[in-house]
Design a protein around this ligand. Sequence first.
Ligand code: HEC
Ligand code: HEC
Ligand code: HEC
Length: 472
Amino acid sequence: MKKINEIQRIARAIKRAGAASLLVAAAISAPFAAQATTVATASATTAAPTQPQPQSQSQSDAALIAHGEYLARAGDCIACHSTPAGKPFAGGLKFDTPIGAIYSTNITPDRNTGIGSWTFAQFDRAVRAGVKPNGDTLYPAMPFPSYARLNENDMHALYAYFTHGVAPVNQANRAVDIVWPLSMRWPLGIWRHLFAPEPATFNATHYTDPVIARGAYLVQGLGHCGACHTPRAVTMQERSLTDLDGSEFLAGGTAIDGWVPSSLRANPRTGIGAWSEADLVQFLKTGRTQHSAAFGGMTDVVQHSMQHMSDADLTAIARYLKTLPSTDPKETPYAYNDTAAHALRTGDATAPGAAVYRDNCTACHRSDGRGYNRVFPALGGNPVVQGKDATSLIHVLLTGSTLEGTKTAPSSFTMPPFGWRLNDQEVADVTNFVRTSWGNAGSMVSASDVAKVRKTVTVHAPDMPPGASLSH
Ligand code: HEC
Ligand code: HEC
Ligand code: HEC
């Protein structure tokens, strides 16, 4: 994308359009924030084609619908288009924005409240171009700037699935909770013209290896990995939509619901430079490797989407990610250092945070910081532990987190919450301890950084009834 030009253009456009559009532009990124936690428990994961196919329907139609179902998983449509207690794809999930809430829509084939009466062209225009049948632009909480890359055959398969493979649900869409005039959608149209690519079939010729081309198609398109993992500009568009238009593609996003999407580039410490292709496949399929365990928004991506991909597609995604160069040539490779482990082993816990670590963490992550492979993540050499922004680490310490089971790794492991009994200084000390021990090289955090995160999360004691909370 021609960024500088574009920014100047939008600045002019915003001046012309007035304050309303500015606010809408500011609201645009916020919807992504709603996604990460709200869908974690979506009961809709079991969505399956339920409609018996008419007998006249040929086998090739059934194959097309099944292919569409697979693609819908790759696109994680269910995560946003269902509520935890609701029916699959009936919509209604709330996305908070600074100017009010918007809701995802019913995309089941119900003729009155869903998309049952939509033509292929209407469906295609909504998914790839972000334009509704009445001409209104969708909020880019719907990741149409990524879906713009889908090819026509895949769009036909998705259409077949959503019109013939999904059970119709009669559930009216909720209107946006945004007051007029901010609710006007025309500023979104300006944004779309400036920042969303024209739908154009993915051009595989940039990639000489067909496996890498397949991976690029999935990552940039249906997977919409950049919606979380690519940093955004002030005008809220992703800074790069592909590896071809900038080195910021997948270079790490800003925190969403207090979870930081890490860099997926080859940076040796803060990215996936030290991961093999097999590590990546295993992470996407099971949420766990010897380096790291999935948490935050990535838990949902593994649960609803990636664990259902074929090994061939996961390999393609991994191989493509491994082609993205590091963004920092000066970042040194990780090398294990025994100092902290040796001190803990010999009873020396004088380093700040060492005693807190010894008393609370060694049972699972061990004094050598190596954890237990695929059970309790290693903290030494773990990219998320060394990332620039430590928000996720503070968050995980305050609230705990559960590594969810998947089809091929059914066991689930839980990290207990510590926020109810460690104060801000203790959390800061132990965060700094793990960020700088065993060879790690993360920057330091302060008690006030912890206090900021504490304000945004709900801190439970492990045995408290749901809904109860403790403030420190
Ligand atoms: C990150 C969240 C997210 C994902 C993933 C997502 N959507 Fe959406 N989608 C939305 C939201 C939010 C809206 C409503 C936007 C608005 O009202 O402007 C929407 C709107 C739509 C619409 C327009 C419906 C209407 O009635 O106007 C269609 C069609 C649609 N999505 C299809 C899909 C399909 C197919 C997929 C998967 C390939 C998908 N969406 C994935 C969030 C998402
Ligand atoms: C809803 C936001 C979201 C989306 C969409 C998303 N991710 Fe993530 N991802 C995260 C967060 C947050 C983390 C950091 C926590 C963790 O390591 O699990 C993460 C971590 C990862 C990691 C582990 C990196 C590390 O250093 O530990 C990989 C690999 C990854 N994502 C790949 C992908 C791929 C591939 C896609 C697209 C198919 C994708 N992600 C889409 C939020 C997201
Ligand atoms: C009962 C075992 C257990 C204890 C005790 C425990 N953890 Fe964890 N920890 C886990 C599990 C399991 C995960 C993975 C959570 C997930 O994937 O959602 C985890 C994840 C983490 C992560 C994120 C790394 C990643 O890749 O997922 C950090 C950082 C962390 N723990 C630090 C600590 C610290 C510091 C302490 C002590 C204050 C501690 N843990 C105590 C089990 C534990």
